[in-house]
Design a protein around this ligand. Sequence first.
Ligand code: A2P
Length: 282
Amino acid sequence: MTEQRPLTETTAKAVPVLPDAQTVTEVKHYTDSLFSFRTTRPASLRFRSGEFVMIGLMGDPDPKTGKQRPLLRAYSIASPSWDEEMEFYSIKVANGPLTSKLQHIKVGDQVILKPKPVGTLVHDAVLPGKRMYFFATGTGFAPFASLLREPQTYEDYDEIIMTHTCREVAELTYGRDLIEGLKSDELLNEVIGEGFWKKIKYYPTTTREESPKMGRITTLIENGELFADLGVPALDPATDRAMVCGSLAFNLDIKALLEKAGLNEGANSEPGEFVIEKAFVG
Ligand code: A2P
């Protein structure tokens, strides 16, 4: 006998499927204000390491109409272009429209991911050279998490200097773990080349909590400490390239220093000696 179940509201309602939905596969919390997460990757999505996409969640229903609209923000893709999953690194803002909700996502939840990658922190926009500087503050580390796992980074440059400035030591964890992990990552050593990570010089600094190296990177460039510490010559447009990702003020200050050293800004249409992008802020 076939069971006749009455059509209740629960049985009648289709499972809501988000447009451009991807499933969360991993969430890691670093501090009260920083976390990273991984999701499935849209089958059709092709992107260049260093680009960003719009991601988000459905917003609360409109009190009048009951309609829900997607709440989207730009996020740098922290995973490299060849990875079968997507990775993102985010701040948590208590009253931020998106991150106040996004920080609670769990494995198996869905997020919206618009498969339209864009951005200027890409190899196409920078000329090859001897030395590549990646300058990041805060969550501006994200695109470099992608580029540090991108084979072309090691093909185009002999040396990669990764500077990361945060207010406090714990805010360096995501970047520090990522760089440390490169050494023992068998797949990356196979894909990029055994010992590729030896080309990286990691230079973490803090500004508001005691750590081995303190100070804004802009100050450390101006007073020459960065170059003295690393044993490299001062910035030179003949050999040096840079990619920059941080707050607007940070980006402008670094841009001024790079231009003072004779480096020219590049773009997708015309590669140059440095490129800049604003980090996601809330
Ligand atoms: P500071 O603590 O001296 O402001 P924020 O969270 O405000 O974006 O800052 C992240 C890190 O970037 C902090 O260590 C901060 O230093 C540093 N920073 C902020 N603005 C600039 C800037 N204009 N130039 C250099 N470093 C900056």
